[in-house]
Design a protein around this ligand. Structure first.
Ligand code: ATP
Ligand code: MG
Length: 215
């Protein structure tokens, strides 16, 4: 049986990765076998990460809730990803199911290197932590100006750890040049600063192109 494709959606918080992962899988479901998934996952490490992101991770004896530092976060995200691959992504791909993943190792490199201060050591180390993660067959980067993403997050509500104006602006710049950090990968930018339907059509077009190439 032919392996499924691993297709990743990436972008800053509010870019629309969750919206378009769902849209894409709903649109293609009648034509190919698909599975929509996301990181952090609903697995044990993913659950811990979600608590850290929403400020609910408090251990006994701690006086103030404190988010783990970037190195701990990088290790946790990598651990969650390897678990995700083992229990869900790789078995699905082997069964011929295409997997659409809302965030993948690109997010780790972007978020953890920027919260580390942006040094190249951090990028190399985070990439090394993710060396055994199966590469994506296609990564779609949803590009939106920082202000647009911030307005969408504001309307949606629910503040998270990385919801910081300065960090999100740096993330926009990082994502605009994401391919610099992943040579050899198929990374395509989509202008996500428009109506949802228009963005969805562009996303679908890129995936259909890959499907057609595969035959
Ligand atoms: N093209 C669009 N135009 C207007 N609003 C949009 C568009 N895309 C998404 N939204 C809305 O913006 C909000 C954020 O979208 P979504 O949750 O998909 O972003 P996200 O990238 O998954 O964010 P996060 O990374 O924080 O989970 C949602 O309320 C969504 O309905
Ligand atoms: Mg999301």
């Amino acid at each position: 049986m032919r392996e499924g494709l691993l297709i990743v959606l990436e972008g800053v918080d509010g870019a629309g990765t969750t919206t378009h992962t769902t849209r894409l899988s709903d649109t293609l479901r009648s034509r190919i076998a698909v599975r929509a998934t996301r990181e952090p996952t609903a697995g044990p490490v993913g659950a811990l990460l979600r608590h850290a992101l929403t400020g609910r991770l408090v251990t006994p004896g701690e006086l103030t809730a404190r988010a783990p530092g970037w190195t701990t976060m990088a290790l946790m995200f990598a651990a969650d990803r390897m678990d995700h691959l083992e229990v869900e992504i790789l078995p699905m791909l082997r069964e011929g199911v295409s997997v659409f993943c809302d965030r993948y190792y690109h997010s780790s490199v972007a978020y953890q290197s920027l919260t580390a201060g942006g040094g190249h050591d951090a990028i190399a180390w985070i990439r090394e932590l993710n060396r055994h993660a199966r590469p994506a067959d296609l990564t779609l980067v949803l590009d939106v100006p920082a202000k647009v993403a911030a307005e969408r997050r504001r309307r949606r509500g629910g503040r998270e750890l990385f919801d910081d104006e300065q960090l999100q602006a740096q993330l926009c710049d990082f994502y605009a040049q994401l391919e610099r950090h992943f040579p050899g990968e198929r990374i395509v930018h989509v202008n996500a600063d428009g109506p949802v339907d228009a963005v969805a059509a562009q996303v679908l077009g890129q995936v259909e192109r890959l499907l057609a190439e595969r035959g």
